[in-house]
Ligand binder design. Structure first.
Ligand code: GRG
Length: 293
């Protein structure tokens, strides 16, 4: 099937680029580079970098100039997973189908591997060649704001503070928008910037990212309830066990499925003005919705 082949090809391209950007395992101090690579090359779906590349194409650009920023968002995503799995956060033993970073390298090195991935993300971003409408400060502020204390970290703080408390739908949405949708939205916006997107194209891509990012997290919440750990590559049923606020817990499974469909349609509508070139973004949105939920 066409999309599957596309995804595998893009994953390989992203992996090759990440391999070029990351220090080799043998680079001193070897422990930290081993830990960074262990988590980065553990078989993630590369969804955010693929969205970044597809957004560049949707705005009339090419893959190659978008690759550094695609790698940047994957490094930030992987850092957030390593830190999220720590005993002081979600305390998880399994990630991407393998023992978590702190289980293999110890807590100290796992914290540092996360820090180092967040930092190298900016070093990689600095290598991007930008077209006329955008400059490095635009890109850096996009990345820093998505990963910072008003978005990704804000979502994580709200998530930590919500443990054991019951949340209403608006509070839950706040967590999901910040913890998940912000980085997904930044991923597509950064891809669009490398394609010299017009203000109108960037606005369409932003609306797409927000709707898709939220849909992705609603689907992730559903999968936690309906799938096995083996299939997910991470501990299933953890949200219920930890009394986490999730869409199924707050509005029920069927309403969550309807919400995922509604958000996916919203993502499609956002792409209307981009025409045929957004075909891959459309296929990706449908693919995420179909993930056996
Ligand atoms: C520690 C600052 C900080 C933030 C943590 C990423 C995160 C925020 C928490 C992880 C738990 C969680 C449910 C995050 C929401 C985003 C999400 C569904 C991540 C998993 O993304 P996938 O499915 O994972 O794209 P792979 O492994 O395929 O890359």
């Amino acid at each position: 099937m066409e999309l599957k082949r596309y995804l595998v090809a893009r994953q390989k391209e992203v992996d090759r680029a990440l391999d070029r950007f990351l220090p080799k395992e043998s680079t001193p101090p070897a422990t930290i580079h081993k830990a960074m690579r262990y988590s980065l090359f553990a078989g993630g779906k590369r969804l955010r970098p693929i969205l970044c590349l597809a957004a560049a194409e949707a705005c009339g650009g090419e893959i190659r100039p978008a690759l550094p920023l695609a790698c940047t968002v994957e490094c930030i995503h992987t850092y957030s997973l390593i830190h999220d799995d720590l005993p002081s956060m979600d305390n998880d033993d399994l990630r991407r189908g393998r023992p978590t970073c702190h289980k293999v390298f110890g807590e100290g090195i796992a914290i540092l591997a996360g820090d180092a991935l967040l930092t190298i993300a900016f070093e990689i971003a600095a290598t991007v060649q930008l077209p006329r409408r955008y400059a490095l400060p635009d890109v850096f502020s996009e990345i820093a704001s998505a990963a910072g204390s008003r978005k990704l970290i804000a979502g994580q703080v709200a998530d930590l503070e919500a443990e054991g408390r019951s949340l209403n739908r608006a509070q839950l949405r706040y967590i999901h928008e910040n913890k998940t949708a912000a980085l997904l939205t930044a991923s597509v916006r950064l891809g669009a910037m490398t394609a010299n997107a017009t203000a109108k194209q960037l606005a369409a891509i932003t609306d797409f990212g927000c709707a898709l990012g939220l849909a992705f997290q609603v689907i992730d919440d559903i999968l936690d309830v309906t799938q096995t750990s083996e299939k997910l590559g991470k501990s299933a049923g953890k949200d219920i066990a930890a009394k986490k606020a999730t869409y199924p817990a707050v509005i029920g499974l069927e309403k969550s499925r309807a919400e995922a469909r509604r958000l996916t349609s919203k993502a499609h509508r956002a792409l209307e003005s981009l025409g045929e070139r957004a075909i891959t973004l459309r296929a990706l949105a449908d693919y995420l919705l179909r993930r056996e939920y």
